[in-house]
Design a protein around this ligand. Structure first.
Ligand code: FDA
Length: 307
């Protein structure tokens, strides 16, 4: 029951100020976030790349209500692309972008976010890498998938994220699989109402398997983003049965979660990409990680109590 409370707190400005202002939060945040600055993210990425993993970098930020902040976020990503190219790692380091960081929630936000992300996608392509559009709450899905489709006309390597907890997702997976898209499949991390999303974990997991089957038998490139050992095993089995080579799909996991499993899969020859978030705007991301696993909250509470 704690999950929904934490997800509600993720949207509260008052709780944000409280949690962000205590220095005691920092050590727990550090488990999930590579650091506040771009060089921190580059250091973390270099370490992961040296372990045979690949990365996708998330410059943290979301739910922007100021057009200038949307521009600053876009420019932050453009700087990131330049730094990845300069470090010679762009081929193994992709980008993950939230359209709400690029202005999606502003009036005319769809077009603003589209324009902003198009600049980043073009710069990424010129540097030899690609962008995946993260998926946020269900009210943004139509807009985000429409931007994804438009971007793919020029940059077919641009990825989308589908969330198995949404009722609509099987249809989206079927459609995207037929168009050969790169699709990251996740369970979903937002608080969604019963009108649009499965509420029980078992239903979300079963939907994940159905969508995975569609993606694995389709024309696209499935990005299997889960830490769930049963779903990792199902993905391996489906890939084997469908005759998919190791370079025709990949596993993805979040920075700081199941690191040993990331390395184990990579050692077996799988492509494994670690999602590396960095930046000062970590609150929403951090609260979603707490909500996913009550044990993380206990870890957080213990670290507060022992100081
Ligand atoms: P589940 O939550 O059932 O966890 C399975 C096991 O993994 C747990 O038992 C535990 O061992 C470990 N685990 C999972 N979460 C943990 C945590 N926070 N801390 C410690 N251990 C944990 N969501 C979304 O809505 N939009 C998006 O764009 C993305 N993008 C994204 C990218 C990538 C690369 C990943 C891996 C995930 C996302 N997500 C996401 C988040 C996703 O929707 C989901 O909330 C988390 O991955 C947790 O779900 P699992 O599939 O890992 O299963």
């Amino acid at each position: 029951m704690l999950g929904p409370v934490l997800l509600a707190a993720a949207g509260s400005e008052r709780v944000r100020r409280l949690v962000s202002s205590t220095p005691l939060t920092r050590p727990v945040v550090d488990r999930f976030v590579a650091g506040e600055e771009l060089p921190d993210a580059l250091d973390a990425s270099r370490t992961l790349l040296s372990q045979g993993l690949t990365v996708t970098l998330d410059r943290l930020g979301e739910s922007v209500t100021d057009p200038l902040q949307a521009i600053r976020n876009r420019d932050g990503y453009l700087e990131l692309v330049d730094e990845l190219a300069a470090a010679g790692v762009a081929e193994r380091a992709e980008l993950s972008v939230k359209l709400s960081a690029f202005g999606q929630a502003l009036p005319d936000g769809h077009d603003i976010a589209h324009r902003n992300v198009a600049r980043v996608v073009a710069a990424a392509a010129a540097a030899g890498t690609a962008v995946t559009l993260d998926m946020e709450d269900h009210t943004t899905v139509d807009s985000t998938l429409a931007v994804h489709e438009a971007l793919r006309a020029e940059h077919p390597e641009t990825g989308a994220v589908l969330q198995s907890y949404l009722f609509r997702t099987e249809d989206d997976a079927r459609r995207l699989a037929a168009t050969g898209a790169r699709v990251r499949l996740v369970k979903g991390a937002y608080r969604e109402p019963a009108e649009v999303a499965f509420q029980r974990k078992v239903e979300v997991d079963l939907a994940y398997v159905r969508c995975l089957r569609l993606l694995m038998t389709g024309e696209g490139y499935p990005m299997v983003a889960t830490h769930d050992p049963r779903l990792v095993a199902v993905a391996e089995e489906l890939a084997k049965r469908g005759g998919r080579a190791f370079d025709a799909y990949e596993f993805q996991m979040l920075y700081g979660i199941r690191d040993a499993e990331q390395r184990r899969l990579a050692a077996q020859g799988h492509r494994v990409r670690v999602y590396v978030p960095y930046g000062g705007d970590w609150y929403g991301y951090f609260m979603r990680r707490l909500a996913e696993r009550p044990a993380n909250l206990a870890f957080f509470a213990r670290s507060l109590a022992t100081r």
